[in-house]
Design a protein around this ligand. Structure first.
Ligand SMILES: Nc1ncnc2c1ncn2[C@@H]1O[C@H](COP(=O)(O)OP(=O)(O)OP(=O)(O)O)[C@@H](O)[C@H]1O
Ligand SMILES: [Mg+2]
Length: 550
C-alpha cells in the first residue's frame, strides 16, 4: 500500500533575519506555513440565491451547476440551475460526443494554465468559449462536506461581489457550484505581488509608495464597511495589466459588527498582528499585516512564521541591516504601521493623509486623461500584435503550401509512423531513433499541484478525470501516448505523481491547445532527408497572444 509522505518541516536558522530564498522556480506553497482554519461561522445564509438551497451535498443535486449570487437579495432572478449557453454547447459538442458529461466549467471554458494555489483553492487561467476572453477561475480544493463548510466558502463569493466595483479590489464575474465544489470566475491579473517580488527582487521606492497607495485605497473600502480582511499578504494582492494593485482573496473577511472574536480565523502567521494571539481582531490587525508586507516588499526580507525573530518584529525591533536601505520617510510609515500596540497604529484614512501619498493622489488626478490615453494605446498595441501574429501564421501557411506545390517536400507514405494532426492521424517522417509505432508528442505540462493536507483530491486530478471520462467515449487517435501532456511550459519536473497515477488518463483526446505544438522527432532537422512535414501545421495556429482583443 502507498504511504503518503508528509512534507518535512523546514529547519530555519533562527538567530538572524535573512533575505528571501529563491531556488530557481516559483513555488509559493513551499514557503507558506499551513493555515489553521477553525471556528469561523459568521455566515448568514438567508440571502443566498440558489434554487435549491438544501441538500446541495446530495450526489444527484451536486451534479447540476447552480449559479451563486448574493446580488440584489433573495429575489435575484439569475440564480439557480445554469443553462448551457448556445456557444458553450456548440463548443462542447464539437469537442466530444459526450458533452452532456462535461462540467459547466468544461463547457464554458478552455483551461489554459494554472496561475496559483492557496490553502482553499487552485486558480486557473481560462478562455471563455462564449467571448474568447481570458479570465481566472478559482476552484475550491475541498468538497463541500456539509452546509456550514459550504456556507463559509460562499461567504467569499458575497465579499468578492461586494468589492468587485472598486478599482483596487479584484473584479468578480460570477460563481457557481457543481460536484460539491465552488467555482469563481474573476478578472485575470498579470501576477501576484509575491510573484512580482520574486521577479524583480529590488523594487524602486517610488513603486513601493504606489503599491501602498493602491492597497490603502482597497483596504479603506473594506474598513469603511466595518469589515476586516485578516489575510493581507503579498500572495493576496494581484497586479493587473495596468500595474494597478488589487486586493483579492476575501475568504477570511469578517464583519466587526456581526462576528465576535470567536468567529474569526487568523490568516498567515508571517503577517499576523501580535494581538491576534490574544484573540483581539480589529482593523488595526490589517494595518499591521500591510505594514509588514511593505517591509518584506521594500527590503526583500524573508518573514519568519514563528520563533524569536517573529516576536522581535512584533516588539517594534526592525532589523537595522534591512530597514536602513530604505528612506527614512518610508521607514517611519512602516514602523508606525507595525506598532506593537494596535491603538498606536494609524487608520487607512490617516495613512492616506500622509504628505507623500497626498502628493501622489494629486498628481494622479492630473494624470487621469494621460492614463486613459496610455491604456487605450496599450490595448490597441496589443490588438495590433495579435493581428500581426495571425498574419504571420497565414504567411507561414502560404509558405508551406508553396513548398508543397513546388514539390520541395517528400510525400509521406502510410507505412510510416502515424502522428497526430488536428483530429486525424497522419503519417510522420520516420526517425532513426524511433522504431516503435507512434511518435511521442511533446507539448507543455500544466504544473502539478502542491500537496496540502486535508484535501479531497487534486483539482488537476478532478479536471483530468473529466478528460478521462471524455476519452472513454471520444475517438482515440494514434498519437495518444504516455508522453502526451498538456499546456503551459512551467516546470517539467512537476510531471510526477499526477502523471504516473493517471497514466491511463493520458490516453485521452489531445487538448486543443492554441499553443504551437512541437512534435518530438518530427522536426525538420531530425529527418535524415530534411523533409518538411507541412500537414501538421495546416490546421493549427502557429502564433497566439493570450490577450483580450479590444
Ligand atoms: N484573478 C487572478 N488572476 C491571476 N492570478 C490569480 C488570480 N486569483 C488568484 N490568483 C493566483 O492564485 C493564488 C491563490 O489564489 P487565492 O489567494 O485566491 O487562493 P486561496 O486558496 O484563497 O489562498 P490563501 O491560502 O491565501 O487563502 C494567488 O496567490 C495568485 O497567485
Ligand atoms: Mg490567497
Amino acid at each position: 500500500m502507498d504511504k503518503q509522505r508528509l512534507p518535512m518541516p523546514e529547519i530555519i536558522n533562527d538567530d538572524k533575519h535573512r533575505h528571501k530564498q529563491f531556488n530557481g522556480h516559483f513555488d509559493s506553497n513551499r514557503f507558506r506555513p499551513p493555515k489553521v482554519k477553525t471556528r469561523y461561522i459568521a455566515v448568514e445564509n438567508n440571502n443566498l440565491n440558489r434554487s435549491q438551497s438544501s441538500g446541495s451535498c446530495s450526489a444527484n443535486n451536486s451534479q447540476i451547476a447552480h449559479a451563486i449570487s448574493f446580488r440584489g437579495g433573495s429575489e435575484c432572478s439569475d440564480a439557480g440551475i445554469l443553462p448551457t449557453s448556445p456557444s458553450a454547447a456548440a463548443a462542447a459538442s464539437s469537442m466530444s460526443t459526450t458533452s452532456c458529461n462535461m462540467s459547466h466549467f468544461e463547457q464554458c471554458f478552455e483551461r489554459l494554465t494554472k496561475l496559483g494555489e492557496g490553502s482553499f483553492g487552485e486558480v486557473f487561467q481560462v478562455r471563455d468559449r462564449s467571448d474568447s476572453r481570458l479570465y481566472a477561475v478559482k476552484i475550491s480544493k475541498q468538497l463541500f462536506r456539509g452546509e456550514q463548510y459550504r456556507a463559509e466558502r460562499l461567504e467569499e463569493v458575497r465579499r468578492y461581489e461586494e468589492f468587485s466595483g472598486h478599482e483596487n479590489c479584484i473584479r468578480f464575474i460570477r460563481a457557481w457550484e457543481q460536484y460539491d465544489r465552488l467555482f469563481m470566475q474573476m478578472e485575470l491579473c498579470r501576477e501576484s505581488l509575491e510573484q512580482y517580488l520574486y521577479r524583480c527582487r529590488h523594487i524602486p521606492e517610488d513603486r513601493i509608495w504606489h503599491i501602498l497607495l493602491d492597497l490603502l485605497r482597497g483596504l479603506k473600502s473594506l474598513h469603511d464597511r466595518n469589515l476586516i480582511h485578516l489575510d493581507i499578504k503579498l500572495e493576496n494582492v494581484l497586479i493587473d495589466d495596468d500595474d494597478t494593485c488589487k486586493l483579492a482573496d476575501f475568504g477570511l473577511v469578517i464583519d466587526v459588527d456581526k462576528a465576535n472574536n470567536h468567529q474569526a480565523t487568523e490568516g498567515d502567521s508571517r503577517y499576523m498582528a501580535p494581538e491576534i494571539l490574544q484573540g483581539h481582531f480589529s482593523k488595526a490587525a490589517d494595518i499591521f499585516s500591510l505594514g509588514i508586507a511593505m517591509l518584506e516588499l521594500s527590503c526583500y526580507m524573508d518573514l519568519p512564521s514563528n520563533g524569536p525573530l517573529w516576536h522581535e518584529l512584533r516588539q517594534g525591533k526592525l532589523p537595522e541591516e534591512f530597514i536602513s536601505k530604505i528612506s527614512v520617510e518610508l521607514q517611519q510609515v512602516i514602523k508606525c504601521m507595525m506598532s506593537p500596540d494596535p491603538r498606536q497604529r494609524p487608520t487607512t484614512e490617516q495613512l492616506l493623509a500622509h504628505p507623500r501619498l497626498v502628493r501622489m493622489q494629486k498628481q494622479e488626478k492630473s494624470m487621469v486623461t494621460l492614463k486613459l490615453l496610455s491604456k487605450c494605446f496599450r490595448r490597441s498595441r496589443r490588438a495590433f500584435w495579435l493581428k500581426m501574429c495571425n498574419l504571420k501564421t497565414a504567411a507561414y501557411r502560404c509558405l508551406f503550401y508553396l513548398l508543397e506545390i513546388l514539390h520541395l517536400y517528400k510525400p509521406i507514405t502510410s507505412s510510416q509512423t502515424p502522428m497526430y494532426n488536428g483530429n486525424t492521424a497522419t503519417a510522420a517522417p520516420s526517425s532513426p531513433s524511433t522504431s516503435v509505432a507512434g511518435v511521442p508528442r511533446l507539448e507543455f505540462q500544466l504544473v502539478g499541484s502542491t500537496p496540502i493536507g486535508n484535501r479531497d483530491c487534486y483539482i488537476s486530478d478532478f479536471l483530468l478525470a473529466m478528460d478521462m471520462d471524455l476519452s472513454q467515449h471520444g475517438t482515440p487517435t494514434a498519437c495518444e501516448r504516455e508522453n502526451l501532456v498538456n499546456s503551459t511550459p512551467i516546470n517539467h519536473n512537476h510531471l510526477t505523481a499526477n502523471r504516473q497515477r493517471s497514466s491511463s488518463a493520458r490516453k485521452t483526446r489531445p487538448e486543443k491547445s492554441n499553443l504551437l505544438s512541437v512534435d518530438e522527432n518530427c522536426s525538420f532537422a531530425s529527418s535524415p532527408s530534411k523533409v518538411l512535414e507541412t500537414s501538421s501545421f495546416r490546421g493549427k495556429k502557429l502564433f497566439t497572444l493570450d490577450v483580450d482583443e479590444e
